[in-house]
Design a protein around this ligand. Structure first.
Ligand code: SAM
Ligand code: SF4
Length: 340
């Protein structure tokens, strides 16, 4: 795989652009809708998953990646559900990493299986990892994830760092009454480690929408709490977004603290991303239900050119942004079925 700084060897067949002039070049791919945890903000405990036959098989997934890459998509993140529980995940990563045009490949994971998988994933071509850890307290960790072991995830995080999947990023969703008391301890990890701790505002989806709306803790509240319990965070780069995160740092700290505030400070104007769900559907905005099925035409024999046409047309109509302020909430899928 080429690195991000190297120019592509071949010009893409066409560039995926929307009608607002945004070039869409970042694809988040859900490797599975299934998960080995049941985080309270993500899915109900009795979640029903799709049968495997409804999901993209390895060859279908790799074909679609090839088609996206030929349209200028160069940045990829693998997610889910829990991507590490996909059968053959190391070989799928290898296939994507070796696709012409793929220059950046990362993964978002709950970290449970990283202890054994971090090194093989890195060897297969994965470059970076985001691990979701909402609290450093094992009992609260179990309450939020319903089943998770904090120690297992921490060992996974350490294995990722040893394997060179760096800089390590930690995703924290803050839920009132569950982990709002943990934000300062999590931010202070950046005093001792060159990590990025990123606080994500909880977003409302489908069955868990009411819970998310009631228990959300905003970025402003998190910063105020950190300032009162420890110290003010200094804004980095004049507040320019790093991806979707606004970055801060404690004076002299090796690590950084990010805030992804999709609810209170949407970053839609600079959005460059689209999502491919595990069942092969192109989702144009995380928080809008508009989506285009790619797997059905692929299985019906559509050519790569026909799939390219379908994708270009779909991207052209990508919605400008989400409608949370107008109470428009995505209802068709929860986060794990889209790919966060
Ligand atoms: N299972 C992996 C994990 O937990 O990292 C990857 C999939 S998960 C859906 C991707 C990210 O979405 C995680 O960082 C998770 O905390 C976040 N997430 C899930 N539900 C969310 C919600 N309702 N609002 C905001 N973030 C959410
Ligand atoms: Fe699973 Fe990730 Fe959703 Fe938690 S956030 S239930 S780990 S998919």
């Amino acid at each position: 795989m080429m690195t991000e700084s190297q120019a592509p060897t071949q010009a893409p067949a066409a560039i995926a652009k929307d009608r607002f002039g945004r070039v869409i070049s970042y694809l988040r791919i859900s490797l599975t809708d299934k998960c080995n945890l049941r985080c309270v903000y993500c899915m109900p405990e009795d979640m029903v998953f799709r049968p495997n036959s409804h999901l993209m098989q390895d060859d279908e997934l790799l074909l679609l990646v090839r088609v996206f890459a030929s349209l200028g998509f160069w940045k990829y993140r693998l997610t889910g559900g829990e991507p590490t529980i996909r059968h053959n995940v190391v070989e799928v990563v290898r296939g994507i990493a070796h696709t012409e045009g793929v220059r950046s490949l990362s993964m978002t994971t709950n970290g449970i299986l990283l202890g054994e998988l971090a090194a093989p994933l890195a060897e297969a071509g994965l470059q970076r990892i985001n691990v979701s850890i909402d609290t450093l307290d094992p009992a609260r960790f179990r309450r939020i994830t319903r089943w998770g072991s904090f120690d297992e995830v921490w060992r996974g995080l350490e294995a990722a760092e040893r394997a060179g999947l760096t800089p390590v990023k930690i995703n924290v969703v803050v839920v009132r009454g569950f982990n709002d008391q943990d934000v300062t301890a999590l931010a202070k990890l950046t005093l001792d480690h060159p990590w990025q701790v990123r606080f994500i505002e909880m977003m409302p989806f489908g069955d868990v929408a009411a819970f998310a709306k009631e228990q959300i803790v905003t970025d402003a509240e998190i910063r105020a709490r950190i300032a009162s319990e420890y110290a003010e965070l200094d804004l980095i780069d004049d507040g320019q977004l790093d991806g979707e995160a606004r970055m801060y740092r404690f004076a002299g700290a090796p690590g950084e603290v990010g805030f992804i505030s999709s609810v209170t400070h949407p970053f839609c104007a600079s959005c460059t991303r689209a999502r491919l769900t595990a069942d092969g559907v192109l989702r144009l905005c995380l928080l809008r239900d508009k989506e285009i099925d790619l797997l059905t035409p692929l299985r019906a024999g559509a050519s790569e050119d026909e799939l390219r046409e379908t994708i270009l047309k779909a991207i052209w109509w990508k919605p400008w942004g989400h409608g949370l302020a107008q109470e428009v909430i995505p209802l068709s899928r929860v986060m794990s079925q889209i790919g966060g």
